[in-house]
Design a protein around this ligand. Structure first.
Ligand code: PEP
Ligand code: MG
Length: 577
């Protein structure tokens, strides 16, 4: 039987690309074998022992922090790692291996780990089988110390490649060089996972949730990725390459034809304007603001600054980044969202894997539990506010108390800065993300506490419909058109406007032109999306009348299912295209 060449997954970032694959090793532990001369064997063993010692200290430190931040049961996870470090099967086996085989520590460690993982993985007892991921975690830590760097395989790419991986975490995507990574395909992931968001930010075609893919592809294979239809082809035929070249050309022409809209307003045929802003993840993306005709940055996901590094960014480093971003888009506004770590974005030492990370110590919860880290960020944003039009926004607000707690912290920081004579914009606009259903329900009260709302539908959908946003197996239940979602959005907008504050929406839903028409009809003031989506959304807004959008929305709000709503919207779309 010939090997499978055609795959299908969830299309998350449009466009077509043909190129060579770079396969990211799912377990990232492979190490090149290197012979060690007799006289250097003792030194090699010493190098391994030092890495283990360093690792032990690091784990003990993290354990202590975990114990302070949460209950003891979380800290126990680290006890397992500490125990493993001392386990003869792990420690002695590697040392013996170096001595016996006269091979480098990295290679012998990878050999030990493979043996242990097979042994544990085959055990009937679930507890031991589950320890396999702990073994890999631990070994990865030691491996990065042995390699004396935290360099990521994706940082050193020399040729343009399509990355194939089991999964790509934000700490992977954040190091990617946009000029070298021309597409990606992952085995897991959903439409609003951060992998998907990052692909759009880099403007590269991507397909996620392609079951069994990474196992079937090898580095160097030629691949076609169609990020518009979700199709992926390994080793395409000449015929297939020709067909996709034509599609690629057509998409390129479409994109160019939209450029003419860049300098125009998002104004309906009957003269009603809304703002179209950009979501950015990394500061380099500010270059897309002007070229895609954005009215500003509606969401700067600042958490990416914290990822893939040793230690936290200090106030000065953050201040410089925020100042540069403000300077790059001035006089247009920048909404700095304070870090949304946790969920599917981890940093060692502060956030750690929980059983239900999306329901755990994430975003503002993590900030309030670590006030020093949170205050450092707020201080940096406040200082930077002197250099442009800055606003500050807080993620994952679930209740009024959290907002009051934040404002109290902010008051303390402002008093400190006043005493030190440090300048900042005193009446900086403060906003919250409405992305937890309780916040939408309490919007009338919350609106009295802040200057604006931004509805985060990526999470609002996941929490309202109880559908994990990164789980491809329930992706079919993740429905932006679900009437429950549209009603929550409607109620949030009404509550905001009654209290004279503006309301935007920065989830992926904003990037769908037809949804944008519904949101226009619901009275949204601003839509923020990956810059690449702006021209098309603008084109559609400029081809409709507000009065018609309102009528459509009223009809939609009477409907009971997402399917009915989708049908009606599709019929409307055919009329305006
Ligand atoms: C959202 O939840 O809609 C959102 C914009 O935030 P993030 O995708 O970063 O969670
Ligand atoms: Mg969110």
């Amino acid at each position: 039987m010939s090997p499978q060449r055609h795959f299908e997954g969830i299309a998350v970032s449009g466009g077509v690309v043909t190129g060579k694959v770079f396969r990211l090793d799912p377990r990232r532990l492979s190490a090149e074998p290197r012979s060690i001369p007799d006289e250097k064997v003792a030194q090699e063993i010493e190098r391994f022992m030092k890495a283990v010692e360093y690792s032990r200290k690091r784990i003990q430190k993290i354990r202590k922090k975990a114990e302070q931040a949460t209950d003891a049961s979380h800290a126990n996870i680290f006890d397992v790692h500490l125990m493993m470090l001392d386990d003869p099967m792990f420690y002695n086996e590697t040392i013996e291996g170096i001595r016996r085989e006269k091979m480098n520590a990295e290679y012998m460690l990878s050999q030990t780990v493979e043996k242990l993982a097979t042994l544990f993985g085959n055990m009937k007892d679930g507890y031991f089988a589950e320890r396999v991921s702990d073994i890999y975690d631990l070994a990865n830590q030691i491996m990065s110390l042995l390699r004396k760097d935290v360099r990521h395989p994706l940082r050193d790419l020399r040729e343009p490649v399509i990355v194939a991986a089991y999964d790509l975490g934000p700490s992977d995507t954040v190091v990617m060089d946009g000029s070298k990574v021309i597409g990606f395909v992952t085995n897991i992931g959903g439409p609003t996972s951060h992998t998907a968001i990052m692909a759009k930010a880099l403007e590269i075609p991507a397909v996620v949730g392609v079951a069994g893919f990474v196992e079937k592809v090898a580095t160097g294979d030629t691949l076609i990725v169609d990020g518009t239809s979700g199709k992926v082809i390994i080793k395409p035929t000449a015929e297939e390459i020709k067909k996709y070249k034509i599609i690629q050309q057509r998409l390129r022409e479409q994109k160019q034809s939209l450029c003419v809209l860049c300098d125009l307003e998002a104004r309906t045929l009957d003269g009603y304007s809304i703002e179209l802003s950009a979501n950015i993840e990394i500061p380099e993306e500010t270059k897309h603001i002007k070229s895609h005709g954005a009215d500003g940055i509606g969401l700067f996901r600042t958490e990416f600054i914290y990822l893939n590094r040793n230690g936290m960014p200090d106030e000065e480093e953050q201040y410089q980044i925020y100042k540069d971003v403000l300077g790059a888009v001035r006089p247009k506004p920048v909404i700095f969202r304070t870090f949304d770590l946790g969920g599917d974005k981890f940093i060692s030492g502060v956030s750690f894997k929980e059983l239900n990370p999306f329901l755990g110590l994430r975003a503002i919860r993590l900030g309030l539990a670590n006030p020093e880290i949170f205050k450092t960020q707020m201080r940096a944003i406040l200082r930077a506010s002197m250099h442009g039009n800055a606003k500050m926004m807080f993620p994952m607000i679930s209740c009024v108390e959290e907002v009051r707690q934040i404002k109290k912290l902010l008051r303390e920081i402002m008093d400190e800065m006043d005493a030190e004579g440090v300048n900042y914009i005193k009446d900086i606009e403060l906003g919250i993300m409405v992305e937890i259903p309780s916040a939408a329900v309490m919007a009338d009260i919350l609106a009295k506490e802040v200057n604006f709302f931004s509805i985060g539908t990526n999470d609002l959908i996941q929490y309202t419909l109880a559908v994990d946003r990164v789980n491809e197996r329930v992706a079919h239940l993740y429905q932006p058109y679900n009437p429950a979602i549209l009603r929550l959005i409607r109620d949030t907008i009404i509550a905001a406007h009654k209290n004279n504050i503006w309301v935007g929406l920065c989830g992926e839903m904003a990037a769908d032109p037809m949804t944008a028409v519904i949101l226009l009809g619901l009275g949204i003031d601003e839509l923020s999306m990956g810059p690449i989506a702006i021209p098309e959304v603008k084109r559609v807004i400029r081809s409709v009348r507000l009065a018609d959008a309102k009528r459509l929305t009223e009809e939609i709000l009477q409907m009971g299912t997402a399917a009915e709503i989708k049908r009606l919207v599709a019929a409307y779309a055919r009329q305006i295209v």
